[in-house]
Structures are given as C-alpha cells and as structure tokens.
Design a protein around this ligand. Structure first.
Ligand SMILES: [Zn+2]
Length: 203
C-alpha cells in the first residue's frame, strides 16, 4: 500500500507543553504507528519513544550531529503549511536549516557530502549504507538502534516495540539524487517509497 508523499501518513498532532518543554505527539493515520516517520524533513527527527524505550532510525548520523534532508519532502516544500511563514521555497529551506543548525546539527543532502570533503572520490557502499537513496530500510532493521528504559535487569528482558509496533513495520527508501558508485548506474532522481507491512514478512 502506498500513500501520497506530501501527506506523510500523519493524522492528528497533539502538542503537550510543560514549562519550557514542548512535545508533539504525532498520530499515524493508519494502523502502522511508524508510517509518518520516513516522511519527516530530516533524518535528525527520525526517532521515537515507545512505552518501554527509544528507537532511532539513523543512529550514526544522530550521534555525529549530522542530518540529511528528505529529498522527497524538499521537492514538496510549497505543499507544506507548517512552514507557512516563509515567502518562497528557498526561505522555507533556510528556516529549516537554521532551526537544526541552532541545535548543533550539520544538515546535508547526501551522506557522502562529508566524506567527499576529504576524499572527492568517496563512493557509496550501497549494500550496507543506511542512508543511500536506493537502500530499502524497515523500522527495526539492523541499522535501527533500540534501547529499553529501566535497570539493566529490566532492559535485558524488555522489548522496545510491543503490541501493534511488533506486528507492523514501515518499509521505506529515502530516494533522491544517486549518491555515487554503484548508484551512478541510475542517473536520475530516485523516487522515495514508503509503505506499511506486517512485521512477520520482514523478520
Ligand atoms: Zn548509494
């Protein structure tokens, strides 16, 4: 099943505020709770909290304070009312970059942008690259970092994804411009793909 890309699979958003802390609870519009996440603007936001722990889809990038723009959403800026204060798409992009830079993140288009600063010939290891435009990922795959809350004894036994989260998953491909060998075989924009699937079909 596929969904319109700019819609992002998001249903109601509930904002909770206490003192200076604000969190948005994003509700999926399907049974698949994780479906909206690959539609977010950057990989820096592609993490979530469950009842028993935390899940991060791009843990290496997050640890390095690096983030990648979502190529598909970037193309759809004009369709997003949440960035409505900007006058044009360039303004919107600058607002987004300013927001994440103020939080200490370096935001780029391709994960190879950093490597190519020191080695212009750096190429893509497509098979193992979690952020390659061609790589199909799923929430809970071996690139996903999952850590339970609680003491060590509790954490050793606790599942981070329980209930419906353990029964469904979201499969996605970032898409975007080909990032280098061996992706250069495809010389055109690679469309993103996102869909919900039974967890038992992937693991
Ligand atoms: Zn690649």
């Amino acid at each position: 099943m596929q969904y319109p890309r700019y819609h992002g699979g998001i249903g109601p958003i509930v904002t909770l505020t206490r003192d200076t802390t604000t969190i948005d609870i994003v509700e999926s519009n399907t049974v698949c709770a994780t479906l909206p996440i690959p539609f977010f603007w950057t990989t820096t936001a592609m993490s979530f909290v469950t009842g028993t722990g935390i899940v991060t889809l791009f843990p290496h990038l997050l640890e390095e304070h690096r983030g990648l723009l979502n190529p598909e959403r970037k193309a759809d800026f004009a369709l997003d009312p949440s960035l409505g204060e900007a006058q044009n798409e360039q303004d919107q992009l600058e607002m987004l970059l300013t927001k994440y830079r103020s939080r200490g993140f370096d935001i780029r288009d391709s994960y190879l942008d950093w490597a190519r600063e020191t080695d212009p010939t750096a190429s893509c290891d497509a098979r193992d690259a979690p952020a390659c435009p061609l790589t199909f990922r799923w929430v809970g795959d071996w690139h996903t970092l999952m850590r339970a809350f609680g003491s060590v004894d509790v954490r050793l036994k606790r599942q981070v994804m329980e209930g419906i989260l353990s029964e469904t998953t979201t499969i996605w491909r970032r898409g975007g411009e080909p990032c280098g060998k061996p992706c250069t075989a495809l010389r055109r924009f690679i469309p993103a793909e996102v869909w919900c699937q039974g967890r038992d079909l992937v693991a």
